[in-house]
Ligand binder design. Sequence first.
Ligand code: PAF
Length: 283
Amino acid sequence: MKIISDIGELRDQLRGQNRASFVPTMGNLHEGHLSLMRLARQHGDPVVASIFVNRLQFGPNEDFDSYPRTMQADIEKLEKEGVYVLFAPTEKDLYPQPQEYRVEPPNQLGNILEGEFRPGFFQGVCTVVLKLFSCVQPKVAVFGKKDYQQLMIIRQMAKQFALPVDIVPAETIRAEDGLALSSRNTYLSIDERREAPELQKLLQQVREQVIGLKQQSPEELKKIEAGALETLTKRGWRPDYIAIRLQSDLATPSNTALDAKESLVILTAAKLGKTRLIDNLEI
Ligand code: PAF
């Protein structure tokens, strides 16, 4: 595997490759990331991965400095997966000047849910992903469904800018007890790790409640959301949101959408101790 930090060198290495399949990451790779590499292999060749902890997508009080950085172990994992190039730029490589041109996702998608609780997050994500796409010029890029809203926003960005890249979604990989794999799980204490799978269990209960409704209405969905928030809070979590939304655009479902049986998804973000976890479940 070639490890490249310089944009020019990356372009030289990838010249003539027009079927490259790309997996952008922030490192601290786990089985979830490795499943993205395997999916990428099914969709193109060669597989290119990136590791870059992107300052632009972290808020001032978030974990940019403490975000786990495990480059050597990551390199070994990627080598085993047969990744052809690891693009691992420094901040100077990717942002040689302050990044003043930014991509701003539309309010109705970028400022709800994660965007409401992490202002600027999706602007930072879109900006770096567009830049990484411009460096790697992949035919295909793979993003996990654990970051459901991120996947949707990147898909829309690719569509609206007519980027020549297919965005491929990958299913969430979970531990045996149901906890979605995440680099931030390493922050959990032993007791918190024991409690953490309750988030996914709660989403499953919410799904059962929604499916069990005789007549779905926005009011009934609101009641279910409120009940779930209360359950989490009672267990000692500090939830940011539990929201039942339309899969198509993450909008709050209207009566018309519910009558038309449009597909729904439940999304959540909640803090357990110092760790903020996100998860989702399609209905
Ligand atoms: O999902 C992530 O790890 C990051 O948001 C991404 C897509 C690599 C951009 O920094």
